[in-house]
Design a protein around this ligand. Structure first.
Ligand code: ZN
Length: 137
């Protein structure tokens, strides 16, 4: 069990973009969670959103869609109506960072949401690269 978990982590790591592994300034924040009954509480949610430099509501919406579970944003915490292991939530935070924080060109996190000719885009301040901002479905 333990062995498989480590292997899974290794595999996830291998699939990370190169820039992400070597980046010395930014590391993807990890969830501080605990399970209470059949709920999962993410204690450091506002801190995670802060570190990602994104609106907590946006991160929250993404998380719930990805986890396919209802939940509430409660001050600095999030309560999800499902018992979930920490690594499941960490994987979703990582997916969020890849999609909505890291530049696809230079892999730096110096991006922001903006508009170009009426289209919502994510733009990188480091290299000028941009891509259309994907809507959370
Ligand atoms: Zn860039």
């Amino acid at each position: 069990m333990e062995y498989n978990y480590v292997k899974l982590l290794d595999r996830a790591w291998e699939h990370l973009p190169e820039g992400l592994k070597s980046h010395d300034r930014f590391s993807i924040p990890q969830a501080n969670t605990f399970i209470e009954g059949n709920q999962t509480i993410i204690k450091n949610f506002s801190e995670i959103a802060d570190l990602l430099g994104r609106d907590p509501k946006h991160v929250f919406t993404f998380l719930l869609k990805e986890l396919a579970a209802p939940g509430t944003l409660d001050g600095s915490r999030v309560v999800i109506q499902r018992a979930l292991r920490k690594h499941v939530i960490d994987q979703k935070i990582e997916a969020y960072a890849v999609e909505y924080v890291l530049c696809q060109e230079c892999k730096k996190p110096d991006t922001k949401f903006t508009e170009l000719e009426g289209q919502r885009i994510i733009k990188c301040a480091a290299c000028g690269g941009w891509r259309p901002l994907r809507k959370i479905k």
